[in-house]
Design a binder for this molecule. Structure first.
Ligand SMILES: C[S@@+](CC[C@H](N)C(=O)[O-])C[C@H]1O[C@@H](n2cnc3c(N)ncnc32)[C@H](O)[C@@H]1O
Length: 207
């Protein structure tokens, strides 16, 4: 078990109970995503946490495979799926880095509040590109701390050292957009509710 897995396992129950920080922005992201979804779609969600978003999108697609490396997050997500009688979402404990997924097999991949937590986001973006079918979409919501005020950039490493934060990568929204387009994605939709909020991007693999 890595230090980051322990962090997420420890906070899983609290995370599940936390109210959404910006409900209006969350609802808008759900609605924009839903416009891209189709009933025959095979979807992957990486870093699904306690499964709330996957369960909300489930009625609009064929199947969602939702993964997270935290055992406790996955246990909560599975409990919710059972309670809500949703059977087209498979929650699974797995890391993004070691995920076994055939190339060109997914119509959509969701990565919400996760790319900034990865040590190698470029590798993850390249892997997502491979697993998407031509015309497939990559929906991301990412904290771009590189755009934030200087003091916040300092707090992140201090918080990590004290064990308050997991690993958090520092990059700008422009760097994220460049990573996506350099991999081959076309940016189809981009929205940031305000400068201190996560950047929401829907990127398309050319068809
Ligand atoms: C900030 S939470 C976001 C959860 C959910 N996507 C949401 O929007 O509420 C990040 C999640 O990513 C998971 N995670 C972080 N690094 C991961 C990795 N390398 N592989 C799989 N899951 C990871 C954590 O366990 C945590 O549940």
């Amino acid at each position: 078990m890595t230090q980051s897995t322990k962090f997420w396992d420890k906070i899983a129950e609290k995370y599940a109970k936390q109210p959404i920080a910006d409900e209006a922005a969350y609802q808008k992201k759900l609605a924009v995503t839903r416009d891209y979804l189709r009933p025959d779609m095979e979807v992957l969600e990486i870093g699904c946490g306690t499964g709330a978003t996957a369960l909300l999108h489930a009625p609009y697609v064929k199947h969602i495979r939702a993964i997270d490396f935290s055992e406790n997050m996955i246990a909560i997500a599975q409990g919710k799926a059972e309670a809500e009688h949703i059977d087209n979402v498979t929650f699974e404990q797995a890391t993004i880095e070691d995920l076994d997924m055939p190339d060109q097999s997914r119509d959509a991949v969701l990565a919400l509040s996760i790319l900034h937590l990865l040590r190698d986001k470029e590798a993850a973006i390249a892997r997502v590109y491979q697993m998407l079918k031509p015309g497939g979409i990559f929906v991301t919501s990412t904290a771009c701390i590189g755009d934030a005020m200087g003091w916040f950039k300092l707090i992140v490493p201090i918080g990590r050292f004290l064990g308050f934060f997991p690993f958090v990568a520092v990059f700008t929204s422009q760097a994220l957009a460049d990573s996506l387009t350099n991999t081959g994605f076309e940016l189809d939709y981009q929205w940031q509710p305000s400068q201190d909020k996560a950047v929401f991007i829907v990127a398309k693999k050319p068809g």
